[in-house]
Write a protein that binds this ligand. Structure first.
Ligand code: HEC
Ligand code: HEC
Ligand code: HEC
Ligand code: HEC
Ligand code: HEC
Ligand code: HEC
Ligand code: HEC
Length: 325
């Protein structure tokens, strides 16, 4: 084999590599001015602040959104890695919003969408600092803005909620802002009051002690039930999560459609709890959620004996003659 042959092979290979790695605009130039905080201050992060923020961010879901199991990954890049999203190649995203494009067989891997582009993990940006902060010198303004990949410039945001809403609002599986705003109990709270600015893990117990106050006795005997399953006001269905890799494995928890049916800690919460939601069948075909708990735990009087579990109760059982037994 001649040297020229190998040189030609190398050229073809490099050429293929170049077209297969989409490189999109990284916001290196400040293209709009940041918005000053309510007290009028524009602050540039100090080295110590940068390090603290970076350490927190690294732990957050925003730092690792690469997903090889969801078909070609630019399909979801608008939210998962805006810098890898090419707004001019929007076809894959439209395909993704059309449920039929997937024709997904339950349990089978998700098919590749024709127009999606596979980006290698090393070229995947995730949700980096410059999505929410305008770069300045070799640091960032601490004030928040939102990088608009479509227009190639920063957008002003009036509040932290508006920033989070750029991705956690109005898209299948990301409607947290809507839930939060209708919530009875936390409606006034911003996302960052519980999650921190850079996503430290949040639990209900950070602020509530389930062992005291009203409900303590229920809290104690419902060890495996997610707090939001009982306190959900959004009428989500509840299941037992038996997927070993799920962060909610072994919990009774609400679920909703987020690409597939997934466990979903509700943000639409209330104080009151409806016991029969899990302890009775819901409608004709839905089994009892807490299926291992006997009816007699609550109906010592025997009321349960006179009830057929599979069909709704006939309030007038003897009204019509039936040929069937
Ligand atoms: C998803 C959006 C988002 C991303 C990504 C992000 N930040 Fe922030 N950052 C925020 C928000 C929100 C605040 C709080 C602003 C407020 O409360 O007014 C904040 C605050 C800060 C502050 C001020 C001090 C503090 O911690 O409150 C610094 C410094 C900072 N961020 C640096 C960074 C750095 C460095 C990165 C990348 C490693 C980063 N941020 C990534 C949203 C983000
Ligand atoms: C550019 C889009 C984008 C913005 C802006 C954004 N997020 Fe996210 N966020 C995501 C995506 C995508 C995920 C899910 C990652 C995954 O499941 O792969 C996520 C996940 C999360 C999680 C889940 C953590 C976990 O452990 O699963 C929290 C909490 C969160 N975001 C809070 C926030 C808050 C608070 C803000 C506003 C300061 C914000 N996000 C702004 C895209 C965004
Ligand atoms: C009152 C506190 C509170 C507020 C306000 C709040 N969250 Fe949460 N959020 C939590 C807790 C606690 C969890 C974890 C629940 C669990 O795993 O049982 C959570 C979980 C999440 C998750 C992960 C869902 C999953 O799949 O596990 C996301 C995403 C999220 N929050 C985003 C947001 C966004 C965006 C906002 C603002 C609109 C917000 N949260 C406001 C407390 C809060
Ligand atoms: C950052 C702190 C914080 C976190 C985290 C938090 N809450 Fe709250 N919660 C509050 C505050 C503040 C109130 C309103 C003051 C009050 O009534 O105690 C409240 C109120 C409530 C109430 C109404 C209390 C009443 O007396 O009627 C319920 C129920 C509740 N939260 C459940 C939850 C659940 C479930 C979670 C986890 C998903 C959670 N909270 C996470 C701060 C928090
Ligand atoms: C089995 C269902 C169930 C689960 C699971 C559950 N709760 Fe409750 N919770 C209740 C009931 C019932 C009450 C009392 C409601 C009332 O007063 O109307 C209550 C009351 C509360 C209150 C109000 C307390 C007060 O003194 O007013 C808070 C806060 C609360 N729960 C938080 C939580 C947290 C945090 C978790 C998860 C650790 C949780 N709950 C899990 C059933 C539940
Ligand atoms: C979100 C679903 C859900 C709701 C709502 C719910 N439970 Fe349960 N309950 C369960 C599950 C699941 C168990 C089994 C225990 C476990 O796995 O944590 C259980 C167990 C029980 C037990 C048996 C406990 C034992 O020690 O054997 C009683 C009694 C009970 N629940 C009463 C109630 C009452 C009263 C309410 C209303 C205040 C209620 N439950 C609301 C899911 C629920
Ligand atoms: C966690 C406690 C709990 C468990 C367990 C439970 N129930 Fe109930 N049940 C209730 C409550 C509370 C009501 C009253 C509901 C209402 O009025 O809306 C009720 C009402 C009923 C009624 C109507 C009684 C009447 O006189 O109208 C029947 C029948 C019944 N339950 C049967 C069952 C059967 C069968 C099971 C077992 C699958 C069961 N229950 C398990 C709490 C429970």
């Amino acid at each position: 084999m001649s040297k020229t042959y190998w040189f030609a092979v190398l050229l073809v290979f490099l050429g293929l590599l170049a077209v297969s790695l989409p490189v999109f605009a990284v916001p290196s130039v400040v293209q709009s001015t940041p918005v000053a905080s309510p007290d009028g201050e524009l602050e540039i992060a100090t080295e110590a602040q940068l390090q603290a923020a970076h350490a927190e961010w690294t732990q957050s879901a925003h730092a690792s959104t690469y997903d090889s199991g969801m078909g070609a990954n630019t399909t979801c890049a608008r939210c998962k890695s805006p810098l890898n999203w090419d707004p001019t190649q929007n076809l894959a995203q439209e395909e993704a919003l059309n449920c039929n494009a997937c024709k997904r067989v339950p349990g089978a891997p998700r098919p590749e969408l024709e127009s999606g582009v596979q980006v290698a993990e090393m070229d995947w940006h995730n949700i980096t600092c410059e999505i929410c902060h305008i770069p300045v010198e070799d640091s960032y303004y601490t004030n928040v803005s939102f990088w608009d990949q479509d227009r190639g410039r920063y957008q002003e945001v009036d509040s932290v909620m508006e920033l989070c809403g750029k991705c956690h609002e109005g898209r299948h599986g990301f409607e947290v802002v809507e839930e939060q705003e209708t919530s009875n109990v936390h409606a006034e709270m911003e996302c960052t009051e519980c999650h921190g600015a850079h996503g430290h893990p949040a639990t209900c117990e950070d602020c509530h002690d389930p062992m005291t106050g009203n409900g303590a006795s229920e809290h104690i005997r419902h060890e495996n039930v997610n707090c939001t399953a009982c306190h959900d006001a959004g009428n989500l269905s509840i299941w037992y999560d038996d997927e070993f890799l799920s962060p909610h494995y072994g919990e009774y928890i609400p679920r909703r459609f987020a690409h597939t049916l997934t466990s979903w800690p509700s943000h639409d919460l209330q104080t009151g709890v409806d016991c029969v939601r899990c302890h009775h069948p819901q409608g004709r075909y839905l089994a009892v959620v807490a299926s291992k708990i006997s009816c007699e735990v609550c109906h010592e009087d025997g009321a349960a004996i006179f009830w057929c579990e599979n069909f709704p109760r006939d309030l007038e059982p003897n009204e019509l003659q039936s040929g069937l037994p």
